[in-house]
Design a protein around this ligand. Structure first.
Ligand code: NAD
Length: 318
């Protein structure tokens, strides 16, 4: 028998669309042995837990429970997806004040039952709420992680792959900064199979012009959440796989490079702000921030994005 301490366990706070699909992704990938679901609406958590339990004939065994914050005890990772969702026409920063209050109260409850979890924040505005969770928890910065631009990076890579007609897994590129409108596309480091994007387009893309594509792709990535929300009310499939990917890298100490949101510790001269840069994610959380040089305009855009996030945080946390 394994001891309770060695079981892989996550708790998900918020069993709405994102929380439930995240739980589903984690279970279907066989990442954990125990999974707790917590929601302000207990019936919602209970209903999702029941539905998820019916997956177990097709997955590895998982002890799935719905209940209160006691389910956070012994969890290596507590994922927070609770909060008000983005409404049509509402920016992520509009959600700031409402969700910051919710986040702080959730973090207090989690810490009362588990003094040393890794907190994985998904609720929006994710960068601002990651900083609020960091402050409220008193945990070291490497243990408070936002899902950041992992999703935006996936959307970016998908669109590049689509444009170049190549497997998305061979597209290496990053979106950094805010998970939101001021995010920054690192075109200077984008490569396909080790070949710089422009050269790949010249040599291997059977298209006459790739020139105007950058702006188009940036717009598509920035607008995709708004478009999906307009059409079906919420986004959840891709974010759930993005969160499962982060969870896997932590629980299996994979040290994957992921654009999670983390507190800056002097990178590009930034302090006291959480945003995304490529990070090494392993069992200790964010084990390193990869702040290799950016193009001049990219660095300037990153600093602007950081300023936007600082202003948003200061506006709600005077
Ligand atoms: P939803 O409305 O479907 O679910 C939110 C859930 O949180 C509800 O079940 C609600 O009862 C619960 N909740 C509210 N207050 C709570 C509290 N104090 N304690 C416990 N539970 C509480 O929303 P959703 O579509 O699941 O989105 C959830 C969050 O995820 C939103 O903030 C959304 O903007 C964000 N999101 C983030 C990303 C990302 O990439 N980071 C992507 C998509 C959505």
């Amino acid at each position: 028998m394994q001891s309770a301490a060695s079981l892989t366990k996550v708790a998900v706070v918020g069993a709405g669309m994102v929380g439930a699909t995240t739980a589903y992704s984690i279970i279907s990938k066989g990442l954990v042995q125990e999974l707790g679901l917590i929601d302000a609406n207990p019936d919602r958590a209970m209903g999702e837990a029941m539905d998820l339990k019916h997956c177990l004939a097709f997955t590895d065994p998982v002890d799935i429970r719905a209940g209160g914050y006691e389910l956070c005890k012994d969890a290596q990772i507590v994922i927070v997806t609770a909060g008000a969702a983005q409404k049509e026409g509402e920016t992520r920063l509009d959600l700031c004040a409402k969700n910051s209050r919710i986040m702080r109260s959730i973090v207090r409850e989690v810490m009362a039952h588990n003094p040393y979890p890794i907190l994985l924040i998904v609720s929006n505005p994710v960068d601002v709420l990651t900083r609020a969770a960091l402050e409220e928890s008193g945990l070291p910065p490497e243990r408070v992680i936002g899902s950041g631009t992992v999703l935006d990076t996936a959307r970016f890579r998908f669109l590049i792959a689509n444009h170049c007609r190549v497997d998305v897994r061979n597209v290496h590129g990053y979106v950094i900064g805010e998970h939101g409108d001021s995010e920054v596309f690192v075109w200077s480091r984008l490569n396909i199979g080790g070949v710089a994007f422009d050269q790949y387009c010249r040599d291997f893309c059977a298209r006459a012009a790739c020139g105007g594509v950058r702006e188009e792709i940036e717009q598509d990535v920035r607008n995709s959440a708004y478009q999906i929300i307009q059409m079906k009310g919420a986004t959840y499939y891709a974010v759930s796989l993005a969160v499962a990917r982060i969870v896997k890298s932590i629980l299996r100490n994979q040290r994957s490079v992921l654009t999670v949101s983390t507190q800056m510790r002097g990178q590009f001269g930034l302090q006291d702000v959480c945003l995304s840069l490529p990070c090494l994610v392993g069992s200790a959380g964010v084990e390193a921030i990869i702040d290799s040089p950016l193009g001049e305009s990219e660095e300037a855009a990153l600093l602007r994005s950081a300023r936007t996030l600082k202003e948003a945080f200061d506006a709600i946390e005077p």
